[in-house]
Write a protein that binds this ligand. Structure first.
Ligand SMILES: *[C@@H]1O[C@H](CO)[C@@H](O)[C@H](O)[C@H]1NC(C)=O
Ligand SMILES: *[C@@H]1O[C@H](CO)[C@@H](O)[C@H](O)[C@H]1NC(C)=O
Length: 355
């Protein structure tokens, strides 16, 4: 193992077991039973696995914000699972491990790029939202983005302060990404790309006030996009991610690795693009070393020619078909006024799964 690989492996002791991962162990905040009641139980910063000293200080100083940090990672993971639901790698997490994605994200792949971006966006998003909801005393609504009122509306409500959420995400999520190796440079870049997505998608949201829905008075405020929009955008960035090569430079502080676009012919990546420098496995067969679960028994779409189709998802191994009975509501009738009554029907579906 060469020095930069060694460098990116974070190891520490937790419950006497060594946890190795090339990505943040504190992401386990988003899963694990022990953190599920973050809101109601006192959170002990010292018991969160994998925090570097800067994060531990942050946690102790801004403990009120920590539940949103955890919530944000959870949001990011849920969105990842939605975006990748029909793909060979579907963003599976492992509940009983602190390295919640297993070894899959140890490599500097597109998948790693996406998860870093969506997780750091999730942290910024959830912190911003909870500040606007007034759950913390150290943050609140954005008062400096106002400007003059627009045509037919005035400022009102609580503008979401995304700059604050982004700041928190940068401080906390990037705290361990200060190593001079290539992986750290990649994580910093992708984390920032995720956060920038939030800032780019801020928009005006308005509400009408007046008698029975008339719009006599219209008030507007800055709002974050739906997190789904962030997920859709970053998924496009995953599809067009830029492959990089690692360059080593001798600097006064020692060897430093940086990333350079691999193909000079292509447009170099901007700060909004995702970057990676290692190829993904094909995820067809289970492999404990790469963390691939394989696609056996996965449900595939027999009519799709895309990656969720049986040909591609099953990697050419073919598929099995069985029928499944599902109870559904049917023959619904609308009664004046106002309720709907339905019958229950049993419908038979074909379910296709990979061999
Ligand atoms: C994701 O993949 C895993 C492993 O192949 C599988 O067990 C799980 O059911 C899949 N999830 C979805 C939503 O397809
Ligand atoms: C299967 O693929 C077809 C064609 O792409 C699509 O119209 C359909 O909605 C898909 N079905 C499911 C269950 O995703």
């Amino acid at each position: 193992m060469d020095y930069h690989l060694l460098g990116l492996i974070l190891s520490f002791l937790f419950n006497g077991t060594k946890v190795l991962a090339g990505y943040p162990i504190w992401w386990s905040l988003a899963l694990g039973q022990q953190y599920s009641s973050l809101g109601s139980q006192p959170l002990l910063c010292g018991s969160i696995p994998g925090l570097v000293p800067k994060q531990l200080r942050f946690c102790r100083n801004y403990i009120e914000i920590m539940p949103s940090v955890a919530e944000g990672v959870k949001l990011g993971i849920q969105e990842c699972q939605h975006q990748f639901r029909g793909r060979r790698w579907n963003c599976t997490t492992i509940d009983d491990s602190l390295a919640i994605f297993g070894p899959v994200l140890d490599k500097a792949t597109r998948e790693s790029a996406f998860v870093h971006a969506i997780a750091s966006a999730g942290v910024a998003f959830a912190v911003t939202r909870s500040c606007a909801e007034g759950t913390s005393t150290i943050c609140g609504c954005d008062s400096h983005h106002k400007g003059p009122p627009g045509d037919g509306w005035k400022w009102g409500g609580c503008s979401e302060d995304a700059d604050f959420g982004v700041l928190v995400s940068r401080e906390f999520a990037d705290a361990r990404e200060n190593r001079p190796d290539a992986r750290s440079a990649m994580n910093r870049h992708n984390n920032e790309a995720g956060r920038t997505t939030i800032l780019d998608h801020m928009h005006l949201k308005c509400k009408c006030h007046g008698l029975s829905g008339s719009c006599e008075v219209k008030t507007c405020w800055w709002a974050q996009p739906d997190f789904r929009a962030i997920g859709d955008y970053l998924k496009d960035k995953y599809d067009s991610a830029s492959e990089m090569v690692v360059e080593k430079h001798r600097e006064s502080r020692g060897w430093v690795e940086t990333l350079r676009a691999k193909y000079a012919l292509f447009k170099p990546p901007t700060e909004r693009d995702l970057v990676y420098y290692e190829n993904s496995p094909n995820f067809c067969e289970p492999n404990p070393e790469t963390g691939s679960f394989g696609t056996r028994d996965r449900t595939c779409n027999v009519t799709s020619h895309g990656i969720d189709g049986c040909d591609l998802l099953c990697c050419g191994r073919g598929h099995n078909t069985r029928t499944e009975k599902r109870k559904e509501k049917c023959h619904c009738i609308f009664h004046w006024c106002c309720y709907v009554s339905c019958q229950e029907c049993t419908r038979v579906y074909d379910v296709h799964t990979c061999k």
